[in-house]
Design a protein around this ligand. Structure first.
Ligand SMILES: NC(=O)c1ccc[n+]([C@@H]2O[C@H](COP(=O)([O-])OP(=O)(O)OC[C@H]3O[C@@H](n4cnc5c(N)ncnc54)[C@H](O)[C@@H]3O)[C@@H](O)[C@H]2O)c1
Length: 455
């Protein structure tokens, strides 16, 4: 039986290893983390992350061939293949602060592997990393005095939160990069054979190490670029009576452009897009390509601009003052079907509203716990409300920040009746029926299309 270990039990390590265990009955999969609370949650009925379909997969495999543990040294000793799925956030200090990836967790993991390993192993980079990190990994791992040999493989993860299980079970592609040596190729084959349990061979792409590392950053940058492109055009639509859904819909019908990720909103969020583009920006600077760095940085700047523009529009509509007005925030997660709030544009919007002394009542079906943590210590009048009707009661405005399906089926007549008048609704996701809301009496402000107002 092949012994697979994953170091890092987060949004990537948790679901990925659950699906590997589910699909590979001939593998024993162990997931470890330095965070004991997280491991305890993986072993409980309340998993530490919300992901549709995850509970079922974990329940099928846990304590059969899937184990969550804090005993990192034992797990390393026993493993044949080690996936490293630790966090790689943007550096907040020192050289490259605000752009470069903070690799301290990765390096600590490599050093743990050196310390506890007793035989040769394959080490798989699952985290998103700057191109050429495998070289550094290899140097650290081969600093061992036990004469152990390690093969480094890059196998970036392309799952999207909210659809992680579906993405893992039916991926567009699996990317595996390795050294162009016989040992490197053998290691690629070992990792490919795990995925081949359920992924058709033609969807398993193998490349050299550096292409694989760089592809992950580039994929996220290209996706985020589409969001910023369409959002930049949403601003122009608002000035010209063009309608962003019509423009994006018609432009996206060109099959070379395509419709995916051409949806105007308050902006992209999540732990990856901003961090990975900034990392790409940093790498371009590092390699002496400032113009290319500036080009990609603009994608992030447009994203920040879009949430500022949204709040600016709200302020203009609501007579230039939020002071002491209650505003209901519908959604705090960075997108629907996840409780993850990392880099959520909702947070940026809330902070700006609080600066203007608005009173906030925040509702989200899955993310209230994380919202509380994100806004801990922030000054202002904030309440966290499980019931959307209560959240909107007595409010001057609703700001929709996340496209949760549950928001589409609320009784907006009942909500309208309970609000202060004139009642405003700002749809930061263009996900509600604006005409119907207008007929009820709301003043409706979508993104990139005509405002529907009763004034
Ligand atoms: N979240 C996503 O949608 C997504 C998608 C694709 C790739 N990625 C990439 O995958 C990586 C992990 O992301 P995530 O969202 O799962 O992060 P996360 O913060 O949810 O999980 C990382 C885990 O690693 C643990 N950890 C850190 N240092 C450790 C150590 N030395 N030993 C053991 N455990 C340690 C942390 O305690 C944490 O639980 C990142 O590089 C990210 O860019 C994320």
């Amino acid at each position: 039986m092949k012994n697979i270990l994953c170091i890092g039990a987060g949004y990537v390590g948790g679901p990925t290893m659950a699906v590997i265990a589910d699909r590979c009955a001939d593998c024993k999969v162990t997931v470890v983390d330095i965070n004991a609370d997280r491991i305890a949650a993986w072993n409980s009925d309340e998993l530490p992350i919300y992901e549709p379909g995850l509970d079922e997969v974990v329940k099928r495999c846990r304590n059969v061939n899937l184990f969550y543990s804090t005993d990192i040294s034992k797990a390393i000793r026993e493993a044949d293949i080690i996936f490293v799925s630790v966090n790689t956030p943007t550096k907040t200090f020192g050289a490259g602060a605000g752009r470069a990836a903070n690799l301290q967790f990765l390096e600590k993991t490599a050093r743990s592997i050196v310390e506890y390993a007793e035989n040769d192993k394959i080490v798989v980079e699952k985290s998103t990393l700057p191109v050429r990190t495998a070289q550094a990994m290899s140097r650290i791992l081969h600093s061992n005095t036990k004469n152990l040999k390690f093969q480094i493989i890059s196998n970036p993860e392309f799952l999207a939160e909210g659809t992680a299980i579906r993405d893992l079970e039916n991926p567009d592609r699996v990317l595996i990069g390795g050294m162009e040596t016989p040992e490197g190729q053998k290691a690629i084959e070992e990792v490919a054979s795990i995925y081949a349990h359920w992924v058709p061979r033609e969807r398993i792409i193998t490349t050299n190490l550096w292409s694989s590392e760089l592809t992950k950053l580039v994929s996220n940058a290209l996706l985020a670029q589409r969001v910023s492109s369409v959002n930049s055009i949403s601003a122009l639509c608002e000035k010209t009576e063009a309608n962003i859904d019509e423009v994006a819909g018609a432009a996206g019908r060109d099959s070379r452009i395509g419709s995916k990720f051409l949806k105007a909103s308050i902006g992209f969020g999540g732990s990856c897009f901003k961090k990975d583009i900034l990392n790409l920006v940093y790498l371009c600077g590092h390699y002496g390509l400032p113009e290319i760095a500036e080009y990609w940085e603009q994608v992030v700047k447009i994203n920040d601009f879009q949430s500022r523009r949204f709040v600016g529009n709200m302020l203009g509509a609501m007579f230039n003052t939020f002071a002491d007005k209650k505003i209901a925030i519908f959604g705090f997660a960075f997108k629907a079907d996840t409780g993850d709030t990392r880099e959520s544009p909702a947070c940026a919007v809330c902070l700006q509203l609080l600066e203007e002394h608005a009173r906030l009542s925040i509702h989200d079906p899955k993310a209230l716990g994380n919202a509380k943590l994100d806004l801990e210590g922030v000054e202002g009048d904030i309440s966290y409300i499980e019931d959307p009707y209560k959240a909107a009661e007595g409010a001057h405005a609703i700001a929709v920040m996340t496209d949760w399906d549950s928001f589409k089926t609320l009784d907006y007549q009942k909500i309208f009746d309970s609000m202060e008048k004139p009642a405003f609704l700002f749809d930061g996701r263009n996900c509600l029926d604006h005409e119907a809301l207008y007929k009820i009496g709301f003043n409706v402000y979508p993104i990139g299309k005509k405002h529907l107002t009763h004034f």
